[in-house]
Design a protein around this ligand. Structure first.
Ligand code: SF4
Length: 320
């Protein structure tokens, strides 16, 4: 009898930045009471957003939607300095849940802009993180949205150019973009350390490993999650016959399983593992009960809560 199995990626699901951001909303609700306004989805996951809404978080897209004098939290993707200024104008108490690994890229942008570099920011146009990082130095940053965009890039001084990137890109595609930029600008400077974060890199390495043996790869994640979408592309690039992104198990189409003996399963960095468990149950009910974990890295990194919450936890005062 043909063996039907599931290869389950490890690491998968929540990264340290997402754990911190979700805990920050929960802690703020406990500390200050509902409602807590959150500018943009705290992390790009439908289930997480719906769960926090039920607890009293209100998600808004623009600062002006937050009533004057309320508490607003900035999402893990980071915001531009203009957003901090808007919040101050409306007399909002702010809690910044920007992932420290995104803050690191903001600081690099500020430093290189101060040194008057042209900064080529590799990232996806319109993504919240890219908008936030670009806002740190709008006159110095040019967005480069993939290798095909390189031909359009112009700089003021070819001897003073540096590239930075969004944290959740495809590692391989980013290196292709960098190679094309280096051909065009031989003196291009690289950032001091990787901007694509450890969680994105680890999840892509794991999905590549799955794709060696799985005919079908299922990635649990939302459609607006950059790192989840990249994992589907990486799986296809690494040899999977098919790869799909689903928010929930009930989005899986039984026809995807035709002729498939091995299913690879993983999830994006903003996905709670309970959703992966739901897919495992669905697969077990369809004859894929045999699960093997494929481990490609250990993750032990954690981040402490945003400083505003830590400070008020100590003093028992209100956010400001
Ligand atoms: S995916 Fe990376 S950059 Fe984004 S929140 Fe997680 S650790 Fe931070």
């Amino acid at each position: 009898m043909t063996r039907h199995r599931v290869l389950l990626a490890s690491p998968r699901s929540y990264c340290a930045g997402v754990v911190r951001a979700i805990q920050a909303v929960e802690q703020a609700l406990e500390q200050y009471g509902a409602p807590i306004y959150v500018r943009h989805e705290i992390v790009h996951n439908k289930y997480v957003v719906q769960t926090l809404e039920k607890k009293g978080a209100i998600f808004v897209e623009r600062t002006e939607e937050v009533p004057e004098g309320s508490i607003v939290m900035f999402s893990a993707h980071g915001v531009a300095p203009t957003v901090h200024a808007e919040a101050a104008e409306r007399n909002l108490a702010t809690i910044d849940a920007t992932c420290p690994l995104v803050t690191k890229v903001h600081k690099e942008a500020i430093r290189y802009a101060r040194e008057d570099y042209d900064i080529l920011l590799i990232g996806h146009e319109g993504h919240e993180e890219v908008i936030g990082t670009s806002g740190e130095a709008p006159n110095h940053i040019t967005l480069v949205d993939g290798p095909a965009d390189v031909a359009n890039v112009e700089v003021r001084d070819e001897s003073k150019v540096v590239w930075l990137s969004q944290t959740t890109l495809s590692v391989d595609e980013t290196m292709e973009t960098v190679d094309a930029l280096k051909t065009k600008f031989p003196n291009l400077l690289s950032p001091p350390s990787d901007d694509i974060c450890y969680a994105t890199q680890n999840r892509q390495t794991a999905v590549k490993k799955l794709a060696e043996d799985a005919q079908l790869v299922i990635v649990v994640g939302s459609r607006n999650s950059s790192n989840s979408k990249r994992m589907v592309e990486v799986a296809l690039g690494a040899g999977a016959n098919a790869a799909y992104l689903v928010d929930f198990a009930d989005e899986i189409d039984e026809t995807w399983l035709e002729g498939v003996t091995t299913v690879g399963l993983t999830s994006g960095a903003s996905v709670p593992d309970v959703l992966v468990d739901g897919v495992l149950e669905w697969l077990a009910a369809h004859g894929y009960a045999d699960v093997e974990t494929v481990k490609t890295a250990d993750e032990s990194i954690t981040f402490s809560l945003p400083k505003e919450l830590r400070r008020d936890l100590h003093t028992g005062t209100h956010a400001s």
